[in-house]
Design a protein around this ligand. Structure first.
Ligand code: FAD
Ligand code: UDP
Length: 365
């Protein structure tokens, strides 16, 4: 069969490329950035600290299939993510847990008492539709205002009442003292970093990778048998129905030479203060021992690279118009966070790519 073109060397592109190459197909990966690994790209900064250029990436999954697949390309370091959020002048665990509740209400509730208190303050909602509904109907308005309203307005440029419930539903609440951000069965960081893992995924004699190449600049010259596209879906169709909303971030990286530790946990959220949403300290994610420390602040913005699809009814309507075009484009597979317009985590992007590759291979066979 003729060469297959894969657009993008993030999870979606790299995993599909590996699966096709392993099945005997020649694959040419075009990546417009100067590196592989998409938004999971990591590299040592000039001070020798391994940093994630596009913000903190923590791997977590309940899927044995995804974990076993990626484990072919990396060893892992056990890591459980913990986050604190600043509210009322103090740091509290996020997701909300017993200590968060006692900290905000100045109480010393037991688990049962905390549950009873939440029951008395939660605001029943007939049908949970928005990101505000999810939070006020589970933990009430005071905790919503302390931790969710300001953060969400900053992160998305929208009030939680204008965003689908799925966004804040990513963050559960607990009345025990579990302070882990995730509870998945697999939680780990790739032992040599994400980029090293991607190098191994793409290291196949049937795969060639071209960096700094924009698919759209090459499009007219290419005669592939099939295209696997992991860029923004609206761009593929020249935004013929108008631009689809993607939220972006500006990352402010900083190295602090005279401090070995900057903050108590890897990530501290700032729901109500500052223009940035959170600060992440990389050494606390990777376990790296090196003197000095490196952090990143995330400033949400509408301009810049597309990072997040924006889950709300208006964007879904527009996305579904593009989906009709996608369905007609038989020689193209659209896969990934930008091309499928889904708020995928890394494991979900991997699962979607494995599925897309299987469908494609079944079609070729
Ligand atoms: P991407 O990683 O965006 O890759 C798409 C690639 O296609 C890019 O490299 C892009 O340059 C390339 N491309 C686009 N258009 C073209 C073109 N025209 N020509 C050539 N190349 C093109 N997930 C987790 O599981 N845990 C986390 O902790 C986590 N934290 C995150 C933090 C931030 C700040 C962000 C933004 C995301 C986070 N994610 C996290 C999500 C994770 O980044 C995604 O699930 C994953 O990167 C999706 O992979 P992808 O291949 O679909 O997309
Ligand atoms: N969120 C919030 N306060 C927090 C943490 C999260 O309001 O302290 C909301 C916010 O809308 C955010 C969403 O929950 O965008 C999902 O949070 P997550 O940490 O999963 O976001 P990501 O890491 O994908 O940026």
């Amino acid at each position: 069969m003729k060469e297959i073109i894969v657009v993008g060397a993030g999870y979606s592109g790299a995993v599909v490329a590996e699966q096709l190459a392993s099945a005997g197909h020649k694959v040419r990966v075009l990546e417009k950035r100067g590196h592989i690994a998409g938004n999971a790209f990591d590299q040592k900064d000039e001070h020798g600290v391994l940093v994630h250029r596009y913000g903190p990436h923590i791997f977590h999954t309940n899927s044995d299939v995804v974990f076993d697949y990626l484990s072919k390309f990396t060893d892992w370091i056990d890591y459980e993510h913990r986050v604190l959020a600043q509210a009322d002048g103090a740091l509290h665990p996020i997701p909300i847990n017993l200590d968060t509740i006692n900290g905000i209400f100045g109480t010393s509730f037991t688990e049962d008492e905390a549950e009873a208190h939440l029951k008395s303050i939660r605001e029943p909602v007939d049908q949970v539709k928005t990101s505000e509904d999810v939070v006020v109907s589970t933990v009430g308005r005071k905790l919503y205002e302390a931790f969710f309203q300001g953060y969400t307005r900053k992160q998305w440029g929208l009030d939680p009442s204008d965003l689908d419930a799925t966004v804040t539903a990513r963050i559960p609440y607990r009345t025990n003292r579990d302070d882990r951000y995730f509870t998945d069965t697999h939680q780990a960081m790739p032992a040599d970093g994400y980029t090293a893992m991607f190098e191994r995924i793409l290291d196949h004699s049937n795969i060639s990778v071209e960096l700094g190449v924009d698919f759209f600049a090459e499009r007219d010259r290419l005669k592939p048998s099939h295209i696997v596209y992991s860029g923004p879906v609206d761009t593929y169709f020249d935004q013929c129905y108008g631009a689809l909303a993607y939220r972006s971030l500006r990352f402010e990286h900083e190295h602090i030479a005279d401090q070995d530790s900057y903050q108590p946990v890897a990530t501290v959220n700032y729901p109500n203060d500052h223009a940035f949403t959170r600060i992440t300290e990389f050494k606390k994610l990777t376990g790296q021992t090196v003197s000095g420390t490196s952090i990143v602040r995330e400033y949400p913005t509408d301009d810049g690279d597309p990072y997040y699809p924006v889950p709300r009814p208006e964007t879904q309507v527009l996305y579904h118009r593009y989906r009709e075009l996608v369905n007609k484009e038989r020689h193209v597979t659209f896969v990934g966070r930008l091309a499928q317009y889904r708020y995928y985590n890394m494991d979900q992007a991997t699962a979607a790519a494995l599925k897309a590759a299987r469908t494609l291979l079944d079609g070729i066979a």
